[in-house]
Write a protein that binds this ligand. Structure first.
Ligand code: ATP
Ligand code: LTN
Length: 329
């Protein structure tokens, strides 16, 4: 079986609907066909100022959440990034094979620098190098992510190819797996930007995976649309198209089929139908989450058994890298 790697930051509260649609639901499906390694990337999360107790809690909540969505911690590897030191070690090495110019072009760096002007730290700048290290340590051929990560994946590929050209084939060159629909779910209040879990709890444009049905309904009801009244997918109708994307993903319908369902239907009832579909789909995950997050001993066991599995793979790659670049054996 081929190996696949992906990561999610334990930032903000629960994952957003965007995280689920763009990434997590595929993480679950792909377990059938790949050996999957999934990391809760807490080292990436500290590139933005955070509270220590909150970070620890968010890591644990994310772990419970991932299991609740259907990640199987026996078949797949599920662990905290900071518990495997090889990530930091390889990231340092790869820093020396990544150019300032490349990192300066990263849109996520530019956006986050704008948003956090008081804390443009070096970690934020080299964030994509740590991400490359994550992927390359596990020799992952495939990386399921949302559209916003395409540029980081390209950089990971460039770094792998550069390193291989210098030292022989050490790394597998990874490919991004980006879903055909739902790869970029937009903020409901501002459909020109992506829905982001760290936009904050007060943000009515972000649906969190643990939101109760009435809050999902009220956020979707207030979603920004347009002054027309036709439910149609179009670049000129980003709000409506976003809701159609969400609806089609949760009903397993194509966009054309989704449009047909709402032919002649007004925005009000359209939004109600989308809200009901989302709430119904999330309710099973939410009840599993409540069960799993209450079972502290189980979560401890998952981490205790998975961290060494991750470390064993990562250390093997790191050792090969150290040999190739000439560190004393
Ligand atoms: P943050 O707001 O903390 O930067 P985020 O919501 O962007 O977080 P990440 O942890 O950075 O989430 O990303 C986890 C996965 O979710 C990635 O694969 C990313 O591409 C995907 N993702 C994030 N937001 C969306 C979105 N709005 N639509 C589709 N996929 C998304
Ligand atoms: N930067 C990613 C999270 C991430 C990741 C990874 C994704 C960190 N390391 C490795 C895929 C593979 C993001 O989603 N913002």
């Amino acid at each position: 079986m081929k190996t696949l790697f992906s990561g999610i930051q334990p930032s903000g509260g629960a994952p957003s609907l965007g995280n689920y649609v763009g990434a997590l639901r595929n993480w679950v499906k792909l377990q059938e066909r790949y050996f999957c390694v999934y990391s809760i990337v807490d080292m990436h999360a500290i590139t933005i100022r955070h509270d220590a107790a909150e970070l620890r809690k968010n890591c644990r909540d994310m772990l419970a959440f991932l299991i609740a969505t259907g990640i199987d911690p026996e078949a797949s590897v599920l662990y905290y990034q900071s518990a495997v030191p090889a990530h930091a070690e390889l990231a340092w090495i790869l820093n020396c094979y990544t150019y300032m110019g490349e990192l300066s072009r990263m849109t996520q760096f530019k956006e986050k620098s704008k948003k956090h002007q008081d804390n443009i730290n070096a970690g934020l700048f080299t964030y994509p190098v740590l991400q490359a290290a994550d992927i390359l340590l596990y020799n992952a051929g495939f990386v399921p992510v949302g559209e916003d990560q395409r540029q980081h994946l390209e950089l990971s590929r460039d770094i792998a190819i550069r390193f291989n050209n210098m030292y022989g084939d050490v790394f597998t060159v990874p490919e991004a797996l980006i879903p055909e629909s739902g790869a970029k779910i937009k903020n409901l209040q501002d459909p020109s930007r992506k829905m982001s879990k760290s936009d904050g709890d007060g943000d009515q444009g972000v649906i969190y995976m643990l939101d109760p049905p009435d809050s999902i309904a009220s956020k979707i009801k207030r979603a920004v649309t347009d002054s027309e009244s036709e439910v149609r997918y179009s670049e000129t109708k980003p709000g409506v198209s976003n809701l159609l994307d969400i609806y089609s993903v949760f009903t397993d319908k194509t966009i054309a089929e989704a449009e047909k369902d709402f032919a002649g239907v007004k925005y009000g009832p359209f939004k109600n139908a989308v809200a009901e579909t989302v709430a119904a789909a999330l309710s099973a995950i939410q009840s599993r989450y409540r069960e799993i997050s209450a079972d502290s001993a189980y979560l401890d066991k998952v981490i205790a058994s998975n961290t060494p599995r991750a470390a064993a793979i990562a250390e093997k790659t790191l050792k090969a890298v150290k040999e190739r670049i000439g560190f004393p054996l």
